[in-house]
Design a protein. Structure first.
Length: 261
């Protein structure tokens, strides 16, 4: 009968190094997806990413599996790995679910948040407000977006439910695939910063009802803003399509193009 041999120091180190490399690869692919360098619907290949990141295919393969669990990619049998695309109806459902989660988190934190935790949230809000004063160029919008995500993630972390944290982060990832740079449109960074200040004020005051309502309203306002932006883009896309059609060369009667129309 074979006897199991405990892993020696070298085996343990190799295992830790492999795990660390896979985590680093996953984090970089996630960054490329969320910043838009790898766009929704794009096919991802082990070979191209391995060459780009300077690693073997093994960590890429492992990262793909983890990224599927986080909702950022989909694995299709016999076809490959693709960055997920989120349709508008699915995005609206995610907003509704987020609104319910955020409302519950706000109520819970209002009842038990500590002064130290309030201060950590205050620091984030002050950083967001400085970005608003600095202007709304692309770099400021990107930095604000990161702080916005960190603020909401911190709220859920402080609620202390590990299952909820994993679910929430997946929803945020999926939504990020849909609404990139939504905050940058129409001066919404200023409005968003004020909403975050009101959220923290209600939580710090221990007003569970006000805190829950502030967070719920904040998410649903973002939902409505996203929906308006999507509807505004559709006429522009249709106009561009008509323009392309109008400037296209006329078909010659009897030509191959005409026969297949």
């Amino acid at each position: 009968m074979a006897v199991a041999v405990p892993a020696g120091p070298q085996s343990t180190i190799a295992l830790l190094q492999a795990h660390s490399l896979t985590s680093a690869v996953q984090a970089e692919i996630e960054r490329l997806i969320l910043c838009g360098e790898l766009s929704p619907g794009a096919k991802l290949t082990e070979a191209s990413l391995a060459e780009r990141l300077g690693v073997s295919r093994g960590p890429i393969r492992e990262a793909f599996r983890s990224l599927e669990e986080t909702g950022l990619v989909r694995l299709e049998k016999n076809r490959g790995v693709f960055v997920r695309s989120i349709a508008i109806d699915e995005a609206m459902e995610i907003y509704d679910l987020r609104a319910m989660i955020d409302e519950a988190v706000g109520r819970q934190l209002a009842e038990r948040i500590t002064p130290e935790q309030i201060q950590s949230l205050q620091v984030l809000i002050e950083q967001m407000e400085r970005l608003v004063k600095a202007g709304q160029d692309t770099s400021a919008s990107d930095a604000y977006h990161r702080l916005n995500l960190e603020f909401h993630d911190r709220l859920v972390l402080l609620a202390g439910n590990r299952k909820l944290i994993n679910l929430y982060r997946r929803l945020v990832n999926e939504l990020s695939l849909f609404r990139r740079l939504n905050l940058a449109a129409g001066g919404q960074i200023t409005v968003s910063a004020a909403e975050h200040r009101a959220i923290l004020k209600a939580i710090a005051a221990g007003d569970a009802e006000a805190a829950g309502l502030a967070l719920r309203s904040h998410v649903l306002e973002s939902k409505e803003r996203t929906l308006r932006n999507q509807l505004a883009e559709k006429p522009a896309n249709k106009l561009a399509a008509r323009s392309d059609s109008a400037t296209a060369p006329a078909a010659v009667p009897g030509s191959r193009r005409n026969r297949h129309a």
